[in-house]
Write a protein that binds this ligand. Structure first.
Ligand SMILES: Nc1ncnc2c1ncn2[C@@H]1O[C@H](COP(=O)(O)OP(=O)(O)OP(=O)(O)O)[C@@H](O)[C@H]1O
Length: 235
């Protein structure tokens, strides 16, 4: 599991997250949805230990991880795929994957298995990272994170700007990753992908949780939730 409990995060003196409580249990897919600037990336970075909390607690695997360094949190099985993708542009696809495979834990995900789930990467195996399309870079970033065999995979807007065919493929990949026992925290700007994948959803607005519930509750209250996402809680 991974959780923030009444957590606040500041950039300098500016409060980016205020009193946020959210959690994802092992084996769950949880989505965090909100428009630009709502605090989604900040939430993921705070979960992964890349940002300190000014108040509240961070919990990982039932343990208080508030004061752990990012490397220690990573060793507890937390992997973040940032929206910037962070692949090595001057290394080949295979070299990028080998670096992912160096990271800690052995487990289900191996280089042959990630190439099986991302056949496109197999076709591009000798290409440089900088020769890949946006979708291929996203696949490589996800594949590299999987090779660390994380317990919780944190994905920051993984489908943004990608063609519908690639989005559908990624949805299938995330479902398979979940079937293999990894929990997922999925950040997206709208409900499209979260509605198809997640069991529970949080809507962020101005650095606070503005709505939370199951996907069934979301479907029942869709109009209200859509208006919170686009207009804010005061709408
Ligand atoms: N490095 C930073 N320094 C100062 N302020 C920041 C920094 N990163 C984010 N912020 C501010 O914190 C708030 C939350 O930003 P965050 O990136 O978490 O939002 P987001 O929901 O992920 O948005 P997006 O969809 O654009 O990625 C915004 O007001 C943003 O301007």
């Amino acid at each position: 599991m991974i959780a923030l409990e009444q957590a606040s995060v500041q950039y300098g003196h500016a409060l980016a997250l205020g009193d946020v409580t959210l959690r994802a249990d092992a084996g769950e897919i949880v989505a965090i949805v909100g428009r630009n600037g709502a605090g989604k990336s900040t939430t993921l970075k705070a979960m992964a230990g890349l940002l300190p909390l000014v108040r509240g607690r961070r919990m990982v695997g039932g343990q208080d991880a508030t004061h752990l360094a990012v490397e220690q949190i990573s060793r507890l099985g937390v992997a973040l795929v940032p929206d910037t993708r962070r692949i090595f542009p001057n290394l080949s696809v295979l070299e990028n994957l080998r670096i992912g495979a160096l990271a800690h834990r052995p487990g289900y995900w191996t280089v042959p298995r990630v190439l099986d789930i991302f056949p496109r990467l197999g076709e591009r195996i000798a290409f440089g990272g900088d020769q890949l399309s946006g979708g291929e870079q996203q696949m490589l970033a996800i594949a590299r994170a999987l090779l660390g065999n994380p317990r919780m995979l944190l994905l920051d807007e993984p489908t943004e700007g990608l063609a519908p065919l690639i989005v559908n493929h990624l949805i299938g990949v995330f479902a398979e990753v979940h079937r293999q026992g990894t929990g997922i925290v999925l950040v997206e700007q709208n409900l499209k992908v979260p509605m198809r994948l997640a069991q529970r959803q949080y809507v962020l607005d101005h650095g606070s949780v503005a709505w939370e519930g199951s996907t069934a509750q979301l479907i029942a209250q869709r109009e209200q939730v859509e208006s919170i996402i686009t207009l804010g809680v005061s709408a």
